[in-house]
Design a protein around this ligand. Structure first.
Ligand code: NCD
Length: 304
């Protein structure tokens, strides 16, 4: 029985295999429509979500399976003080696989240590979000055809943005990757990731506050929302929330084949005028997320 708590729980070979399966699902959806017949996915969401929860649910339905769960902590026994460990043990009696989102870093890990079924981390606090990274990787694969030799700009809230942390982990295993970390000083990438991932793997990276200056060299620009729910005070959030707003004017010096990504939800980070630009990939990411979650569910349930 395997869980996916961190994107590094999957080897490079396994990621490639998931991408292959997702591509095949895209081409032959019919082949997969009954693969999870009789199986149940439990979605345990202790934090708000639109894409992650609904794509997990759509993924399970498209595999012919069923879904049960809750979408807010207040409607579960967590509101009565039940522990994550007990919730995981309980849900193991009802379902075959769990997707869990929780505001506390490490909660899905605790669930996986207590569940008797696979647990997928659907986002834990400001820590990790491995299945968003699966969506991002399939998008990059379809746009660029490779994971090597790319200059990747990550822009916005690099401190609390869990999608950024997981994406850096995943890309750290390929060669020729250069990270350009664009953020206000207060929202820089945590030093534990710089030390344990970037420096340990001798990855090239630069930190800057200016998006305009680095725009011409980027192959990928990954915009992120300032994570309001992780701030200690509203004043700081209000001061920082509009640090970067991507507009068509700012793309004047960008590469013609730049891929503009965003895990969504977007607040103000990307002007809607960019949605029609062929370089905009953020709604493709949404679709890729569903197919990669289908591939992951099949893998963890050991269904071929
Ligand atoms: C992200 C998340 O929850 O971390 N959303 C998502 O799952 N696509 C990004 C965010 O909330 O800013």
């Amino acid at each position: 029985m395997r869980s996916v708590i961190d994107v590094l729980d999957l080897t490079v070979e396994e990621l490639e295999e998931l991408i292959k399966v997702a591509d095949d699902i895209i081409d032959n959806p019919q082949k997969y429509s009954e693969k999870c017949k009789g199986k149940k996915l439990a979605t345990l969401f202790f934090e708000p979500s639109t894409r992650t929860r609904l794509s997990f649910e759509a993924a399970m339905y498209e595999l012919g399976g069923n879904v049960l769960g809750f979408s807010e902590a207040q409607s579960s026994s967590a509101a009565k003080g039940e522990s994550v460990a007990d919730t995981a043990k309980t849900v193991s009696c009802y379902a075959d696989i769990i997707a869990m989102r929780h505001p506390k870093e490490g909660a899905p890990l605790v669930a996986s240590l207590n569940a008797t079924i696979p647990v997928i981390n659907a986002g834990d606090g400001g820590h990790n979000h491995p299945t968003q990274t699966l969506a991002d990787l399939l998008t990059i694969h379809r746009e660029k055809g490779r994971f090597n030799d790319l200059t990747v700009g990550l822009c916005g809230d690099l401190k609390f943005g869990r999608t950024v942390h997981s994406l850096i982990n995943a890309l750290s295993r390929y060669s020729g990757i250069k990270f350009v970390l664009i953020s206000p000083d207060e929202l820089k990438l945590p030093s534990y990731i710089k030390k344990e991932v970037l420096e340990k793997n001798n990855l090239e990276y630069v930190q800057t506050t200016s998006l305009e200056e680095v725009m011409p060299e980027l192959d990928i620009l990954y915009m992120t929302r300032v994570q309001r729910e992780r701030f200690f005070n509203e004043e700081d959030y209000l001061r920082l929330k509009d640090s970067y707003i991507l507009t068509p004017e700012k793309l004047v010096n960008a590469k013609k084949n730049l891929s503009i990504m965003h895990p969504l939800p977007r607040v103000n980070e990307i002007s809607v005028a960019i949605d029609e630009d062929p370089r905009a990939c953020y709604f493709k990411q949404v679709l890729c997320g569903k197919f990669m979650r289908m591939a992951l569910i099949l893998k963890l349930l050991e269904i071929n």
